[in-house]
Design a protein around this ligand. Structure first.
Ligand code: 4AD
Length: 455
């Protein structure tokens, strides 16, 4: 029975309760604690109020009973209100389950910020949008949901883990600029902007800058936003994505491929061993199988043969022939059928970027590699780079590019040429693979793609 007469007062000793975050609460079982957070779930039943409290580190079941449950203040509680709760932390009785395996038996709580009820209630905010995977203009609120919260935690662990992989390999982190005046991956996807009255662009890839760093710092990597004015509205394209790129000096193409497969195995191992992210990946993607060494290697020409044998047509609905792009649909069918990681190598010169080194045994193709993962397709693109100045100049000419703005890039060949290669990983695509997401949009904090930016 709710009553306006019941006023909640602080019991004595409240100030002695240990303040803790939910994730660190376990050692305080049997003790008095205080926890602050948002009301994630709320249920009232037979004189009890059950709250699942969320503080960003985890979830905690809280039980209010007696006057505490019946008080007017408690009856007015809403989802996403913030409260500070005081009480004793009890291990759960046999056969019951709740996050962390315990529950907080509250003896007092304070409302910090009451969220609206009625039309403005949190639950109505999220139902307003019909597409649950996007909820674009409500993204700031959708982030509080279980799935997005989990993916963002895996994302944090992924970034931490890749840094750790590179540290193990002795690769140095650098932070190249976003504002650039040259293109890397083709002019059609450049975002142009006014830079003090001159043309500049948002970076498509930091590769060219990374190449200039190798002679100074040795092998380098960066984690930087890349921008693509993508015409393709697909489930794996964003206009802005987090690009993890590495550039390595004095190695062969075979060594680059070896580095790539080891990097993937070590990266996934670290994410799965992460105490926060490991269990989340298992929850989001119970069937996930960590990649095994060595990865399957397949050349572009072998892939065309495979596609033709399996009756999968090219973009014109015909049999694949040398020089055709393997577009997303065909690539996905092949990857999903083979159902394990593939290193797809040796793409033709004409469908790849200007900077790629040609294969010594066949100058029609390049020392290039895409990594394809089941359920997503391409998650990584890389290659060996042209290391000789005259060959680079010939490539500029072939592609009708003015070499002048690239003088600093050419200088990498002029002042001490060296064999080198590298690659770029799409963070959101790796996450879509790890967390079994239909679209990379679920794997970006505030995804950008060709619609208006609202949040
Ligand atoms: O294959 P891409 O275009 O390669 C490069 O940019 C090279 N310069 C990288 C390098 O060698 N340093 O892009 C690399 C990866 C892709 O495999 C994909 O995972 C991701 O970046 N990517 C995108 N992810 C989301 N949205 C887009 N529009 C993407 N474009 C590329």
């Amino acid at each position: 029975e709710a009553s306006k007469n019941i006023v909640i007062t602080a019991p004595s000793g409240v100030e002695e309760a240990v303040r803790t975050k939910i994730i660190k609460a376990t050692p305080y079982r049997g003790k008095r604690i205080q926890v602050s957070g948002w009301i994630h779930r709320l249920r009232q039943q037979k004189g009890f109020t059950f709250i699942v409290l969320r503080d960003g580190t985890g979830l905690l079941q809280v039980i209010l009973s007696g006057d505490l449950s019946n008080a007017y203040q408690t009856q007015r509680l809403t989802l996403e209100s913030t409260i500070t709760v005081y009480g004793e932390l009890h291990p759960l009785p046999e056969g019951k389950s709740a996050p962390g395996g315990h529950e907080l038996v509250a003896d007092y709580y304070e409302v910090v910020g009451l969220a609206p009820s009625g039309d403005d209630a949190f639950s109505n905010q999220l139902q307003a949008d019909t597409d649950p995977s996007i909820l674009l203009d409500r993204r700031h609120l959708a982030l509080r949901g279980d799935a997005l919260t989990s993916i963002m935690k895996v994302r944090a662990a992924l970034l931490k883990s890749i840094r750790s992989v590179y540290e193990d390999e002795g690769i140095t982190e650098v932070t190249p600029p976003c504002l650039v005046q040259s293109m890397v991956e083709g002019g059609s996807t450049l975002f142009k902007l006014d830079y003090y009255g001159q043309n500049a662009y948002l970076t498509q890839s930091s590769q060219l800058y990374l190449e200039t760093c190798v002679p100074a710092l040795g092998d380098v990597y960066c984690i930087q936003e890349s921008f693509r004015a993508e015409r393709s509205h697909t489930r794996r394209h964003l206009s802005e994505y987090t690009h993890i790129e590495a550039e390595l000096g004095f190695l062969t193409f075979e060594e680059l491929l070896g580095h790539v497969e080891r990097m993937f195995v070590s990266l996934v191992d670290k994410v799965l061993k992460d105490p926060v992210a490991g269990p989340l990946v298992k929850q989001l993607n119970p069937k996930f199988e960590p990649p095994q060494l060595p990865f399957m290697r397949m050349t572009y020409v072998d892939a065309l043969e495979w596609l033709n044998e399996h009756g999968i047509p090219n973009e014109d609905g015909e049999e694949f022939k040398f020089g055709d792009d393997i577009a997303e649909a065909a690539e996905r069918k092949m990857t999903d059928t083979i159902n394990k990681p593939i290193l797809l190598t040796r793409f033709p010169v004409e469908i790849k970027s200007f900077y790629m080194e040609k294969c010594k045994d066949d100058p029609r193709v390049t020392e290039s590699v895409d990594v394809l993962m089941p359920n997503v397709g391409e998650v990584m693109g890389g290659s060996m780079r042209i290391s000789k100045l005259d060959e680079l100049m010939a490539a500029f000419k072939r592609e009708n590019m003015d070499p002048a703005p690239y003088y600093w890039f050419s200088d990498v060949r002029k002042y001490g040429a060296f064999p080198h290669g590298g690659y770029g990983l799409g963070t959101e695509r790796i996450l879509a693979w790890l967390c079994d997401r239909f679209t990379v949009r679920d794997c970006s904090l505030y995804p950008r793609f060709p619609v208006a930016v609202t949040v």
